[in-house]
Design a protein around this ligand. Structure first.
Ligand code: AMP
Length: 395
């Protein structure tokens, strides 16, 4: 692995970008759309480079319709923007370097380079003194067999790049699976990593923000529940001991600081029954598990990201209400739209009507993220009850 590529990158001189300035975003999906909505309210202008016509962000801001690795289009983005950020991780390294030379990219590209690859990411997390699940780089079937016997089963084989929502991984439960798991994941043509299986009690995430001027704040941890590897619910406050919540925030802050992040960094963690924390993954951008902040925190993750990259003081991250965020996938759209026009008697028991956010995507494809709802209630139980009783998520 060539780790030297980005090590000597020039850290850009810190600038303060005031409202009125233009923020360019590489990628124009829902994260870009919500960044633009939050930042527009603060007085910033937005432009995105995004290949899909009429993309979620293109509907609320200017859009350059072109491939992410189109250098001419990227240069146009650079010319038009006072500051550039990204809303996805697979930013082409050459484009990143070009944007840094032509415009102001306070996040740099080193953290992106680190989080684009599971092995690099794990080494970087460990270097900050934070624990990850024991792992091994796997270069052959023999190495896999040897590591499986060392870690015991089950254990998890993952591709180092390109995996998301549970794709690119295989939970090995018997020796008979080793050959097939190795052959199947090797097809991806990337390095492989074997992880010990963590018998977790909960999955949580903490989103931290570090501003270009070095200020750091973390949002309260979210307890995340996945269905078929796709985030279904984020529950806040997470139903874990307060000491573990504070420890999780502390770890996220340590990682943001240790990796010199600028902007948001989402830290996904496993919590074991006896309260140990293991970091699973990082994402250097707004995160689905942080959507709850839009109504339930004094500052949303999107406003915080804008503040962080523009060099403004960070906003207060306090939670103002118990909340459950529930994702709306393609299959939930029809029942949700029916529900939206009906009288919602269950919601009358909540403090505030559930807040529906839809991303403006045309095709309600099965499992596609179409929107989310923030259900604020007097208690988490009341919010969960609304989700249960609408029956939208029975589909
Ligand atoms: P990832 O793609 O790494 O986020 O993994 C997707 C999901 O697989 C996680 O949210 C966990 O539920 C599960 N998973 C991944 N790695 C492990 C592990 N080492 N131990 C237990 N479960 C895991």
């Amino acid at each position: 692995m060539d780790d030297s590529r980005f090590v000597f990158e020039q850290i850009p001189e810190v600038k303060t970008i005031l409202p009125g300035g233009t923020i360019g975003i590489l990628g124009g999906g829902q994260l870009g759309r919500m960044l633009a909505n939050a930042g527009s309210e603060m007085g910033y202008k937005f432009i995105t480079l995004e290949p899909t016509e009429d993309a979620p962000m293109g509907q609320v801001a200017e859009q350059i319709v072109s491939a992410y690795d189109d250098h001419v289009a990227a240069r146009k983005l650079a010319e038009r923007s006072d500051v550039i950020t990204y809303e996805f991780e697979n930013v082409d390294a050459e484009v990143a370097a070009m944007l840094m030379a032509e415009s102001y990219v306070p996040q740099g590209s080193h953290l992106l380079y680190t989080t684009q690859h599971r092995l690099r990411e794990k080494r970087a997390i460990e270097a900050t003194g934070v624990r990850v699940a024991p792992y091994n780089e796997i270069r052959s079937e023999e190495e896999l067999r040897e590591a499986v016997s060392r870690f015991g089963m089950p254990c998890v084989l993952k591709t180092a790049t390109g995996g998301y929502d549970g794709k690119g991984q295989w939970v090995i439960r018997s020796e008979a699976e080793i050959t097939e798991a190795y052959k199947t994941l090797s097809l991806a043509g990337t390095e492989l990593v074997l992880e010990q299986f963590i018998d977790f009690a909960k999955e949580i995430s903490v989103i931290a923000a570090r501003s270009s001027k070095g200020e750091i704040k973390a949002f309260p941890p979210a307890e995340n529940i996945h269905i078929e590897n796709i985030l279904h619910l984020s529950i806040v406050p997470a139903r874990i001991h307060e000491d573990i919540q504070r420890e999780a925030e502390r770890l996220a802050i340590r990682i943001a600081e240790g990796l010199g992040a600028v902007g948001l960094i989402a830290v996904e963690m496993f919590v074991t029954a006896n309260g140990e924390l293991y970091v699973n993954e990082l994402a250097p951008r707004p995160h689905n598990s942080g959507h709850y902040t839009m109504e339930a925190c004094r500052t949303s993750q999107f406003e915080q990201h804008v503040r962080a990259i523009c060099g403004l003081p960070l906003g207060d991250t306090s939670l103002t209400s118990p909340v459950v965020m529930v994702n709306v996938l393609g299959q939930h759209m029809e029942p949700l739209l029916e529900q939206l026009v009906a009288k919602d008697e269950v919601a009358e028991r909540l403090l505030v009507a559930p807040k529906v956010h839809l991303y403006g995507k045309k095709d309600a494809v099965f499992k596609r993220k179409m929107g989310h709802i923030n259900v604020l209630g007097p208690t988490i139980e009341a919010a969960l009850e609304w989700i249960e009783e609408t029956k939208i998520w029975k589909v």
